[in-house]
Design a protein around this ligand. Sequence first.
Ligand SMILES: Cc1cc2nc3c(=O)[nH]c(=O)nc-3n(C[C@H](O)[C@H](O)[C@H](O)COP(=O)(O)OP(=O)(O)OC[C@H]3O[C@@H](n4cnc5c(N)ncnc54)[C@H](O)[C@@H]3O)c2cc1C
Length: 301
Amino acid sequence: MHCVGTAVLAAKATDLQKEKYLVPIAQGKHTTSLALSEAGTGGHFYISATTLAEEGESFIVDGEKQFITNGGHADSYVISTVAQDVATGSQSGDFSCLVLDADTPGLEWQQAWAGFGMRGNSSRGLLIHKARVPRGNLLGNKGDQVWYVFEVIAPFFLMAMAGTYLGIAQSAVEATGMHLRSRKYSHTGDALGEIDALQSRYAAMWIALEKSRGLVREAASRGDAAHPEALPFILACKADAAETAVHLANEAMSLCGGIAYRENSRLAQMLRDARAGHVMAPTTDLLKLWLGRALLGVPLL
Ligand SMILES: Cc1cc2nc3c(=O)[nH]c(=O)nc-3n(C[C@H](O)[C@H](O)[C@H](O)COP(=O)(O)OP(=O)(O)OC[C@H]3O[C@@H](n4cnc5c(N)ncnc54)[C@H](O)[C@@H]3O)c2cc1C
């Protein structure tokens, strides 16, 4: 979230934003995060109800965010908002991103979140009560948010997430291989890895892993080359990596037997962490929906 938030900041950074955020980030002195999700719109993270109203030299931001990674620990948050007409209170539909400093008055953090997995991730809710933000904190131009979501957030985030879940899948295969080689039966002297059925299941795990790796690499190389058909690969690779990670962590739990089914075993941790892949936006469901639309030439949204 720090890296993707930084990519958003960097995409159209003003000189002031470079000096205030990008230089300290590059020096390792500033951590940022992404705060897009809201309870009202959930996985449809590109739609915000958090309002942005102009008042003199400032914006007044009012709303609520959920599941902010590093919530309460980062130095700033890249947030999404929708413009509001102060006189009428109506929303214009103009979505914008801006950076919110952690020490801005009016921020109220919700209680610490106890995740099923990803336990190093402090994902907290935030209430934003009429926070005053300098106009210089607007990222890009007003109404640019959808550009950020699809041109910056989606490609960086999807590739980073695909790599993360591919890593979990690989760890599950490696842990299974180690167990199959080392666990021996006393009554036969054979290792589990000498049993035909388990050799086949292990082979199927490896095939699934390498298929996913191939898709991730193809997506990354098309993205790097700005290939005109990079998008379907980038959408597909995160959905596929999440499915492969859950499937292989699950398979590993079976092949490694009872010892893996221990509270907080390494494989239990992998299975819990892998499960986050499906629900972290863009969710697997939405990615497949967008992929189908992209392939059929139908608008994504
Ligand atoms: C560990 C973790 C860290 C996170 N970190 C951040 C962060 O740093 N910043 C941030 O902004 N957000 C973050 N999030 C939030 C995340 O990105 C999602 O926005 C959020 O988890 C999904 O919202 P929801 O739970 O309300 O799901 P819902 O929107 O309620 O969706 C529930 C299910 O319905 C499915 N669904 C919804 N609509 C459709 C449809 N049209 N077709 C098919 N299926 C559909 C979804 O795919 C999902 O599986 C994090 C979440 C987690 C779990």
